[in-house]
Design a protein around this ligand. Sequence first.
Ligand code: 13P
Length: 249
Amino acid sequence: MRSKIVTGNWKMNKTAAQTEALLAELSGKLPDTEAEVMVAPAFVNLTAAVRNLESSTIEVIAQNMHFAESGAYTGEISADMLLSIGIDTVIIGHSERRAYFGETDEILAKKVVAALEKNMRVMFCFGEELEDRKSDKHFSLVESQLKNALFSLDANSWGKIILAYEPVWAIGTGETASPEQAQEMHAFIRKTILEAYGTSIANSVSILYGGSVKPANAEEIFSKPDVDGGLIGGASLVSDDFIAIIKAI
Ligand code: 13P
């Protein structure tokens, strides 16, 4: 059985005090759930977040990392730095990193390898832009994003991979993929993995959906058989909304 996962990606939001307050609200209201619940605060707030959630089941994860071990990379964060504060899961490949920070499939492939070499879990994000979908290239684009960054991995590594399909046109726009569009793409992703790695890996990898998931649409999206949870942006910044989404799974 693959894990159900709900993750809040807080992006560049919340000061230290606001982070602490939101974490206190979330851990106070967290419902009983079989799903793994994760939050990804900004780098500067990670150490405090780990401490604040010491006695909670909510896992703190990072939004990004560099592929190098260490060195002259001003402004960057390494896997060892994350591990040293108790973080062993990292988001890699978010569309905002691709679009605004020039992260290519090649760079992302290096980041994935670097994280796996340190035995970290990778939440790998990918998804098409609106033009890709309009020109019916969304399946081939997603397939190439997966292949370029992940399909050189050996089969054993897949136990450490979580996938997050986030169509760029649905991120922060209020426009969600319909549950049917999400299911169609998730089934395609699973089939693509099956063809490369076989049934067992394809059936055990969790595939999250991200893009304007809200309390009002979460349950229907999560009810689809190949949707194993969500990567939530805006709605994860409001404790009642994020809790409602966790309840929906
Ligand atoms: P929104 O939920 O704000 O659309 O963001 C989704 C996302 O990018 C999560 O990583």
